[in-house]
Design a protein around this ligand. Structure first.
Ligand code: TNX
Length: 554
């Protein structure tokens, strides 16, 4: 009897001990399969990283790992062409069918950590997982003394739910530096996001250098410094100077595209036309319907162009003239330079929220519509979008636009970004067009997420739980047309980096998991505990997240 009791106690103790010493695993996004084993892999100053011969891309990823581990540990790991190193990064000689283009396997035991994938992208994601298995202090940018750099022993098999896992950044309403854009991209990579949608133009500023159209940035990149708030009609005062702004030179853009590429992120440039074009019209007024030269005085309106007079009265702004050939010549120049700068297969042409009143009231436009048998503003916009589609196609690119491009008939081959809920996405999939789901308000990172009084004054809310649990492919939708999904950070009310981070995190983590992890594996209570662990990592990295997920709904 005593022996049995001793045996039971012993097993109980072992289980307790194993649990007590088992390192907390808090991966985001949660992997497809994870088995924790006993023991751990330890990073030390003599840890080596082995890569196969003649695979420079894998060697580059190894260097990325070395660079990430260095600041906190102080270790400079050596990379060598070897298959006996401690950390092994390896492309599968025969593709592992489970893993696809972005999946990986990760196996860690005492003395060895091995990442296998079919592609360098998969290896890169394996490295991200390995880094997340290290203690939160690994995120520190300065040396952490007396830490043990342990990775729990695991076997992971992992691959994404969607191939398009995006985050949009509006750098028009407020300008963000090249350095910050890189940070934004690097942080996306940590959570296995792979599409950076760069909203480069809008009413409030044109942010991309177009060499053949210099006024776009000499005039259109600058506005008065004040920003309006919700419900205000806060027009620039006479004499107020356009001193706020900035833009990215083509050299900056090449640097950022390269930086993203090294993190397996494609950059989607957006040139928002024919509405949201005040900055372009401030630079070249004769592209507008009314040739309103007063626009020169207020280059790129700084005030609430999308909220007028306290009502939701949108976009009474001027727009490009869809009946004017000069407009298409202008767009041809813009898209020629854009296509040359961005290697991604898609270009975004906006197409959203265009006020059509100027068109419908203008005599010349009316005559044009009659001649071309266009019944209303929507059909005229569709005419415009199709012409833009041809320009983009001529540059050997595919076009994507906001879901308004469905109105009046969609352009052949165009992909749709569904933002007015899921409706546009469902319709586009029905028409057999590719779709990216980005429904407002839930995937809108400018919506308030917690305590309203300290968040930007916007028109809707998006709570962490809603973001996490949202069903992004409704049952009535043909999922074969869904490329994936993305979250959008609009910045009308977000002037600083700290504020941007407060809006992005933790919601971007919920999106990362929703876009990567199989739907049936999502688990809200478990996710919340992992987010808590990631808050520690973000503290180390000095990211200003919003710790608001438990607030009551206000
Ligand atoms: C709608 S989403 C817009 C943006 C605003 C955003 C604010 C979309 C295609 N257009 O111009 O910034 O709402 O939430």
């Amino acid at each position: 009897k005593f022996r049995t009791l001793r045996g039971v106690l012993c097993i109980a103790c072992c289980v307790w001990f194993a649990q007590a010493t088992a390192q907390n695993i808090s991966l985001i996004p949660a992997p497809v399969s994870l088995r924790q084993e006993t023991g751990h892999f330890l990073f030390t100053s003599t840890t080596t990283v082995g890569v196969p011969a003649k695979q420079p891309e894998v060697a580059r990823i190894a260097q990325y790992l070395v660079d990430k581990v260095k600041p906190a540990t102080g270790y400079i790991l050596t990379v060598a062409e070897s298959n006996t190193a401690h950390v092994i990064l390896q492309l599968n000689a025969k593709p592992d069918a489970r893993l696809g283009q972005e999946g990986y396997t990760l196996h860690t035991v005492a003395g060895k950590a091995e990442i296998n994938a079919n592609t360098p992208a998969g290896i890169f994601y394996g490295v991200q997982t390995l880094l997340q298995l290290l203690p939160p202090e690994i995120e520190s940018s300065s040396l952490v003394k007396d830490a043990e750099w342990k990775v729990p022993a695991v076997t992971i098999v992992d691959y994404p739910r969607f191939s398009w896992r995006g985050q949009m950044f509006d750098v028009s309403r407020h300008f963000f530096s090249k350095e910050y854009v890189k940070k934004y991209i690097d942080r996306m990579a940590k959570y296995k996001m792979n599409r950076f949608h760069w909203h480069l133009t809008d009413d409030n500023g044109w942010r991309i250098e177009i060499k053949s159209l210099p006024r776009l940035t000499s005039v259109g990149a600058w506005r008065v410094p004040r920003v309006g708030t919700f419900g205000s009609n806060d027009a620039p005062k006479p004499g107020e100077l356009a001193t706020y702004g900035g833009f990215y030179t083509q050299q900056d853009i090449k640097e950022i595209v390269q930086y993203a590429k090294e993190r397996y992120i494609e950059v989607l440039p957006e040139i928002d036309v024919p509405g949201h074009s005040m900055a372009a019209l401030a630079s070249y007024p004769d592209l507008s319907v009314t040739n309103d030269t007063t626009l020169r005085v207020n280059p790129g309106s700084s005030f609430s162009t999308w909220f007028g007079n306290g009502k939701f009265e949108m976009h009474l702004d001027n727009t490009l003239d869809p009946t004017d050939e000069k407009v298409y010549q202008f767009l041809d120049k813009v898209f020629t330079e854009v296509a040359a700068l961005f290697p991604f297969e898609y270009i975004h042409m906006g197409g959203d929220e265009c006020y059509k009143g100027f068109w419908e009231r203008d005599k010349n436009v009316q005559a044009f519509m009659k001649k071309n048998n266009l019944k209303n503003g929507e059909e005229l916009q569709s005419y415009f979008v199709k012409r833009v589609g041809k320009i983009i196609q001529n540059k050997k690119k595919k076009m994507i636009g906001w879901d308004e491009i469905l109105e009046g008939g969609i352009a052949p081959g165009a992909a749709v970004m569904s933002w007015r809920g899921t409706k546009g996405g469902i319709e586009a999939a029905h028409l057999k067009h590719p779709v990216v789901m980005s429904p407002a308000p839930v995937y809108y990172l400018d919506m308030y997420q917690g305590e309203r009084s300290i968040e930007p004054p916007v028109y809707g809310s998006s709570r962490l739980k809603e973001v996490y649990t949202f069903d992004l492919v409704p049952a009535e939708m043909d999922s074969t047309y869904v490329l994936g999904a993305q979250g959008n950070l609009w910045t009308e009310q977000i002037p600083t980096e700290a504020h941007a981070e407060y809006m992005i995190y933790p919601r971007a983590l919920a999106m990362a998991e929703a876009f990567w992890t199989p739907e049936k594996q999502k688990d809200w209570p478990n996710f919340v505990t992992r987010v808590e662990e990631h808050f520690k990592r973000m503290d180390e990295a000095h990211i200003n997240y919003a710790p608001s997920m438990y607030d009551p709904i206000i």
